[in-house]
Design a protein around this ligand. Structure first.
Ligand SMILES: [Zn+2]
Length: 283
């Protein structure tokens, strides 16, 4: 996949308020790796921690040194997925006492001592403010962070630079996801700092593109159902012909997320069979 860019810069400073250190965990789902952002003029707040790749910590420390910073003031997380909180343990060991917070929501098995951060609970830094925005859909505990000083939005995995977001079967919800996109659309952000891929300078355009993309998929699924295609594997074959087979598992999850939404809206019914894939019928 082209979005796994081996030349993606490991560190950058998009603006004087925002620095970025790459999590060094490239992959199909993570692109060049997870972006971790240092926000503020000094005593920076760190957003996300990467997957816990050992090479991340020296890269992070080198970046702090170049900026003349001793340590992160605090750490906030976008959501519980491993490629965002996997670096917490190593960072805490290196910077004892650093506080770590996220929205605690249907969580078990979190590292000890992670504090709760709720929607709207402002986080103040040096010359910056981060406003957590609950944005479920990709994950039920997902927070974006809005930074009014730049009218910028740290989107975590709600919106990515260079790919679409997976709506996992478990804990994902397409209806909530679309509501979350509309919620951040209303913030009027200009720029997006995604957790994967490059900065997005046209935030309104990208958010609309994401909404349009899901609407297109929904139409394709309704068309396939109308043409008598009944099962998810057959719909994936019909709709995702141009997607590498390695990603068909995720495509199936995406189709399932649409069908669940349509079922909630009473537009399709699901007929479950013994061990066979469900049949989906238009109402
Ligand atoms: Zn995620």
């Amino acid at each position: 996949m082209s979005w796994i860019d081996p030349d993606f810069p490991r560190t950058t400073e998009p603006t004087d308020l925002v620095g970025r250190v790459l999590g060094l965990n490239p992959g199909m789902l993570t692109g060049p790796g997870t972006n971790t952002y240092l926000v503020g003029r000094s005593r920076p707040i760190l957003i996300d921690t990467g997957a816990g790749v050992p090479e991340y910590l020296p890269l992070f420390e080198g970046y702090l040194r170049r900026r003349g910073w001793a340590r992160p003031e605090r750490i906030v997380l976008t959501h519980r997925h491993r490629d965002h909180l996997g670096g917490v343990a190593a960072l805490r060991e290196r910077f004892p006492g650093v506080s770590v917070s996220k929205m605690i929501w249907k969580d078990d098995g979190l590292p000890e001592g992670i504090r709760d951060l709720q929607d709207g609970e402002r986080v103040e830094g040096e010359g910056v403010t981060l406003i957590p925005v609950h944005t479920p859909g990709h994950a039920s505990d997902h927070l974006c962070y809005y930074m009014p000083e730049e009218r910028a939005l740290f989107t975590g995995d709600l919106i990515l630079g260079g790919s679409t977001t997976v709506i996992p079967d478990e804990d994902g919800d397409l209806g909530q996801y679309l509501d979350s996109l509309r919620r951040v659309q209303a913030l009027g952000a200009r720029r997006i700092y995604p957790a994967h891929g490059p900065v997005i300078d046209d935030a309104p355009g990208k958010i609309q593109e994401y909404l349009d993309h899901r609407m297109l998929r929904e139409r394709q699924i309704l068309e396939a159902l109308g043409a008598g295609v009944r099962t998810i594997p057959d719909m994936v074959k019909a709709i995702y012909a141009d997607v590498p087979p390695a990603l068909h598992g995720h495509a199936a999850m995406s189709v399932h997320s649409h069908l669940k939404k349509l079922k909630q809206e009473a537009r399709v019914v699901e007929q479950t069979g013994d061990g066979a894939p469900s049949h989906w019928i238009l109402l």
